[in-house]
Write a protein that binds this ligand. Structure first.
Ligand SMILES: [Zn+2]
Length: 64
C-alpha cells in the first residue's frame, strides 16, 4: 500500500504485515485510525478504514 507522509510528503509503502495489522484493527474497531510511521521524518500519518477500503483487495480482507 502506497501512502504519502502528511508531514513531509514523502511517499512510502506499507508492507504485508502492516496491511494485516490494519485489516485486524478495522475489523475490530471500524472507527479507529491506523498510525503509519514515515521512514524519513518519523511522524505518523493516520489511515482510516475508508481510505484502506479504497483498494478492492484490502476491502475484501475486511469482509472475511
Ligand atoms: Zn515524513
Amino acid at each position: 500500500m502506497q501512502i504519502k507522509c502528511s508531514s513531509c510528503a514523502t511517499p512510502y509503502a506499507l508492507g504485508k504485515e502492516q496491511i494485516a495489522q490494519m485489516a485486524e484493527l478495522f475489523r475490530s474497531t471500524p472507527g479507529a485510525h491506523y498510525d503509519a510511521h514515515c521512514p524519513k521524518c518519523r511522524k505518523t500519518t493516520k489511515i482510516s478504514k475508508k481510505q484502506f477500503a479504497l483498494n478492492p483487495l484490502y476491502k475484501k480482507m475486511l469482509e472475511n
